[in-house]
Write a protein that binds this ligand. Structure first.
Ligand SMILES: Nc1nc2c(c(=O)[nH]1)N[C@H]1C(S)=C(S)[C@@H](COP(=O)(O)OP(=O)(O)OC[C@H]3O[C@@H](n4cnc5c(=O)[nH]c(N)nc54)[C@H](O)[C@@H]3O)O[C@H]1N2
Ligand SMILES: Nc1nc2c(c(=O)[nH]1)N[C@H]1C(S)=C(S)[C@@H](COP(=O)(O)OP(=O)(O)OC[C@H]3O[C@@H](n4cnc5c(=O)[nH]c(N)nc54)[C@H](O)[C@@H]3O)O[C@H]1N2
Ligand code: SF4
Ligand SMILES: [Mo]
Length: 738
């Protein structure tokens, strides 16, 4: 790690960066940060029609005026010479600018042609967690209602799918049961497979504050000694992929010591006897064998959590992208249910959603569900949606496919057109070699805000959207707070809001009537009616209220309702078939939560003679995803200019590798060549590669640095989420035989 990064990380840790100094502006526009799901409130400063600064919103209960380094420079990615300003069509191997009319006619003709020839299933839509709630709603209606394809997915599949499935399997419907106040009020915080110091920095500031003022105890379960692990009271550096073994051993201790909430177990849940029987096989000694954590440390962690009156868990991609991901999320919920740490202050299992609006996508059924967490397999739920959309119920697909399945459908000639909106699969999907081959073999439409962008290297048609700051709509954050992000500036050139693009395509496909909204609030109002009576009821919200009240947490069923901090306070869950988001063995007509008994299963790939190191991939503070925004901000690029691999000093010594030396990381899928950063953050035998860096844009085409050349195309059986965190690799000095 460079010295500068160390300094920045230290700064983030000790003294929060306050907002920009005030500069002269014509107008301050109320908005919400568009990067991560913490959902910080901010104002965009506009001068002469351009965004010139941002200022943290002092009144926001989320961040109280503070912003992290990404939020602070957020205005800078709006005006950039590489903003996409015109639609483009591939002509003679090159994308050439065309008019909107030509671009949309081309797209609609192609869609009609494919639909007539092969049916709607041959059209795929793959979108994002970075649009606005209103845009997801419109896109869901267009893809499922108008096009009528089951091939609809979004990048939230790569991110939150396991947390969502785990939450549904425990409680019946999606949505975090808790709120940020539960983080403040917990005596103990269990940070499980997450690194909020770098990924959710303003939530981390709250945690640090609580620790200082209230002495909150912190337990961190992460194979790496991240910043949270460094300050934790107990660090559980488990072997990658062993979450289930650790949780089972902790639950074993809790049951043995009778640190349980019997009323919750007996009256409000099902499945305890199976859990009890299963964890008998996971005494702390077996936990140690499987996870590598000393048995007494597992006991200490379980007792700290179990004896505290209030405890909250924050979990992230170390769960969702690791082995047994959905099961781990369900087991974290189980841990909270059996100890009664749910539905009361300071007690909640909280999934750290990643992107600013990933939760909005889930709210309105942008990908796998129907709006309002409705179950696509439930005829009544489908009917409610069909009636609202004035459509034949048969038109709405009863299932959807995940993106890696769509790649397979391309490979087998069943999917002919893929419309990619606000995501960059030529960097972010696993096993890039096969993904890039599929992208070559489909009619590809890319709707993005920058050009060049890696995935557009394969595009036949490019549509320029507008981004954060250039359009109005809402975001739902981690704590279910729906907040407003207002348009501050006009999009550049011919770029236009994604909602407008969806409306025009719907019109081209003959569905103008259902898409004739005059502004985003009209879309919100339509959705709001459909949300009535559902767990994520937003019918009491208006844009005016959202701005005045600094966002409102759903459910908010009427105009006078203040919103809801925490769910399940009455210990009644959404598992009955009529309400639940899915059908399954967790359905329970009395509304009991389901406890899960889950045996440990080893990952499908682990280190061996040929590939002796664990490969872990993830994010770093300065960059956001595939860097389309952050690589265009010099202040962020300077500290992390290119891809790298972190390895432990003992491994570096054994392999004779020096700091900064360019080395090759090789897996069964491919290789990358990046500088080595020697770091004690990792345990010996493990390496870490950030996934932000691509190698298809002209400025990076000479580098081979995308982590996803290495990763495994292996999906969790329930959530179909790729397992990015757990595979095997080796390191070679450059020049040595492969
Ligand atoms: N700066 C920045 N912030 C971001 C983002 C970004 O790109 N940049 N992206 C946003 C998004 S979309 C997301 S999803 C979040 C991601 O936020 P996080 O989930 O916090 O981040 P990750 O780095 O993906 O993974 C978290 C931790 O899981 C650990 N881990 C790996 N394997 C295992 C395992 O088997 N068990 C356990 N217990 N832990 C394991 C890793 O070592 C890592 O420290 O961040 C959001 N915030
Ligand atoms: N190996 C490995 N791979 C991973 C992960 C990992 O930990 N390891 N993490 C995964 C996770 S958690 C995530 S969330 C994904 C993220 O992966 P991606 O979704 O591919 O990453 P982004 O860079 O956010 O892509 C968003 C694209 O949308 C564009 N865009 C931004 N705003 C708008 C808008 O308003 N409209 C339109 N039309 N376009 C817009 C951006 O320019 C960018 O090209 O990566 C996943 N991949
Ligand atoms: S913590 Fe997240 S929401 Fe807040 S400013 Fe940083 S990136 Fe934006
Ligand atoms: Mo994510």
């Amino acid at each position: 790690m460079t010295k500068l990064r160390e300094v920045i990380k230290h700064l983030m840790d000790k003294s929060p960066l306050d907002s920009n100094p005030m500069i002269e502006v014509d107008e301050w526009v109320y908005s919400t940060c568009g990067y991560c799901s913490v959902g910080c409130g901010l104002y965009i400063g506009v001068k002469d029609g351009q965004a010139v600064t941002v200022e943290g919103n002092q009144d926001s209960p989320v961040n109280r005026g503070r912003l992290c380094v990404k939020g602070l420079y957020e205005w800078k990615f709006l005006q950039h010479p590489e903003r996409a300003t015109s639609p483009m069509i591939r002509k003679k191997d090159k994308l050439e600018p065309v008019s909107w009319e030509e671009a949309l006619t081309f797209m609609i003709n192609k869609m009609e042609e494919i639909r007539n020839e092969k049916g709607p299933k041959a059209i795929g839509v793959y979108h994002t967690g970075q649009l606005l709630l209103e845009e997801y709603y419109a896109l869901g209606k267009l893809a499922k209602g108008v096009i009528g394809t089951p091939n609809v997915d979004s990048n939230t599949r790569l991110c939150m799918a396991s947390a969502v499935k785990g939450t549904i399997r425990s409680f019946g419907t999606d949505g975090s049961p808790g709120c940020y106040e539960d983080v403040d009020e917990g005596e103990v915080l269990l940070i499980f497979g997450a690194n909020p110091a770098e990924m959710h920095p303003q939530l981390w500031q709250r945690i640090l504050h609580n620790r200082e003022v209230k002495g909150t105890k912190i337990i961190v379960a992460d194979p790496r000694t991240t910043l949270p692990a460094q300050i934790a009271d107990i660090h559980l550096p488990l072997r990658p992929g062993t979450n289930i073994a650790l949780l089972n051993a902790m639950i074993h201790v809790l049951i043995r010591e009778n640190l349980l909430d019997e009323e919750m177990i007996d009256e409000h849940t099902v499945g305890f006897s199976a859990v009890k029987a299963l964890v008998e096989d996971y005494p702390p000694g077996r936990g140690e064998e499987l996870t590598g954590i000393p048995a007494e440390t597992i006991v200490e962690a379980a007792l700290l959590f179990g004896k505290a009156a209030r405890g909250t868990t924050l979990y992230g991609q170390g769960v969702n992208q690791s082995m047994s991901a959905t099961d781990t999320a369900a087991l974290i919920n189980t841990l909270h249910l059996i100890t009664g740490k749910l539905g009361k202050p300071g007690c909640a299992p909280i999934s750290l959603t990643g992107q600013a609006s990933a939760m909005s996508n889930r709210d309105v059924g942008g990908s796998f569900s129907l709006p309002g967490f409705r179950n696509p397999a439930n005829p009544q739920h489908r009917l409610e949606v069909a009636e609202a959309w004035k459509l034949d119920v048969e038109k709405i697909p009863a299932y959807t496919h995940d993106i890696m399945k769509m790649m397979e459908l391309i490979d087998t000639g069943k999917l002919d057109l893929l419309w990619v909106i606000g995501t960059n699969p030529a960097v972010s999907l696993p096993d890039q070699k096969s993904v890039r081959k599929s992208l070559e073999n489909v009619f590809l439409v890319v709707q993005d805000v920058y050009y060049p962008v890696e995935t557009a290297a394969y595009a036949d048609l490019f549509l320029p959207g507008a981004q954060w700051g250039e359009k109005t709509g809402t975001y739902t954050n981690i704590e279910r707070r729906v907040n407003l992000a207002n348009q501050a500036v006009e999009p550049p050139g011919k770029a236009k809001g994604d909602l407008k693009i969806f409306q025009e395509i719907a019109k081209g496909l003959g569905a103008e009537e259902g898409f004739s909204w005059l502004n985003p609030e009209e879309v919100f109002n339509e959705w709001k009616v459909l949300s009535k009576g559902r767990p994520n009821d937003m019918s009491g919200m208006t844009y005016e209220r959202l701005e005045k009240e600094q966002g409102i947490c759903w459910p908010c069923p009427d105009i006078h309702h203040p919103g809801t901090k925490r769910l399940y306070t009455a210990r009644v869950f959404n598992t009955s078939k009529g309400i639940a988001q899915e059908y399954g063995d967790f359905n329970h007509e009395e509304g009991r939560a389901r406890l899960w008994a889950i045996p440990y299963t080893p990952p499908p790939e682990s280190p061996d003679e040929d590939f002796p190191l664990w490969l872990n991939t993830g994010s770093i503070l300065e960059h956001y995803h595939t860097r389309t925004k952050t690589k265009r901000i010099p202040e962020l690029v300077i500290t992390a200019p290119e891809g790298f691999v972190e390895l432990h000093p003992l491994d570096a010594e054994r392999l004779d590798i020096r700091e900064g030396e360019r080395i090759r990381v090789v897996s069964r899928r491919g290789w990358i060549q990046v500088p080595a950063h020697i770091s004690t953050t990792l345990s010996p035998g493990q390496v870490f590669v950030p996934y932000h860096f691509g190698d298809l844009d002209p400025s990076e085409a000479h580098l081979k640095q995308a982590a996803n050349h290495l990763t495994l195309n292996w999906k969790d059986p329930f959530s179909k989420q790729p397992m990015y965190k757990t595979s095997a690799c080796r390191i070679e000095k450059v020049g040595l035989a492969q």
